[in-house]
Design a protein around this ligand. Sequence first.
Ligand SMILES: [Zn+2]
Length: 419
Amino acid sequence: MSANHDLPVGKIDCCQVCGSKKLYKILDLGHQPPCDSLRWPRQLDEPETIYPLRFLVCESCSLGQIDYAVAAEELFFPDYPYRSGITATLVEKLSRTAVSTLSRFAFPSGSLVLDIGSNDGTVLKAFQERGMRVLGIEATNIAKIANESGVETLQAFFNEDVATQIRTTHGPASVVAATNVFAHIASLGSIIRGVSHLLEDGGVFVTESHYVLDLLETSQYDSIYHEHLRYYSLKSLIALFKQYDFTVCDVERIDNYGGSIRVFARKGQGHQVAPSIAELLAVEEQAGLYGREVYDDFAAKVLKARQDLLALVLEAKKSGKTVIGIGCPGRASTLMNFTGLAPDLIPYIAEQSTSLKLGLFLPGLHVPIVDEKRMFEEQPDYAIMLSWHYAEPIIRKLREKGLKSKIVIPLPEVKIYED
Ligand SMILES: [Zn+2]
């Protein structure tokens, strides 16, 4: 094996997939706190750790990546405040994993489907509804919510030992899914070996990850954070799976989280490979993912978007106007911290009344997260949409609920919606 896929904590000095030292630095976002380490009021008097956050690309396999691994315990703590089932749009999107997988591969009903990082069980519910036996693996306390709602869930970090244990208790799996976690786990080698051990021959490993081409095309630097170690191209995923005796046999681009790829890798060799693979590799080549220019352009656009946003906020402030943030996904931390939007400029971030984040503070800058009722009462002059990758349906909903503020979309370039 050419690379160490079980990353130690700390500085990373070679490619996380192929081991190459040819890493090209694209963007330095400074030192930042882990984006989901929201602060409790009592923690505001305590020290807070920040870590380097730099975005690089491997010039051998085209994997986008950061060069510092923070300990998993620091990132995915038991009270992790994220619940996937919370928005109806997201529930609908997540159920497509099941539809897409089962339409490609005909597994008999009752086959076992596992989900790594299964959160509240939303993805598995869709498999369950289609006749599959399901088991979730979730490290945080959200596992309890999943169990209560009828999705059997093991509260653990997935690794080879957990895989062995599951194979003994539940038998081999036909499908293992890892949606939006496969780019986040430092112990990648242990995960893939564990998945390989669990899957029957010909079983499918379905992963969904942010797609680096979408990240570049829409200047989504705010999806760069410590939880997110790798930003896959298809080429880099093929390089990875080859090392574990999997065949990458199908791929589709999906719009989850501002642009992702769903990749199907089957255990073993000799499986049929769909034309989608060669097609997407050609798209990557044509987009310049295997050169430098596209990355330089990206960095220039990011810096411009940051300067424009800061200028808008400062200008508004100078003329006595109020500006607040709407929605606090993990990515809000990178955007706010990199732009320097402290509470003197952005006094609060408004979240839905059902959010688990209410009463907490953005890491680093300590902007309070409050119930959106306050925003509707105060009607600030400007509201910056921090979940801008889902802007349209959210804007519609906010207008229906009576928000009159001008809505600012921070990326790919700063835009203002007056109505
Ligand atoms: Zn590489």
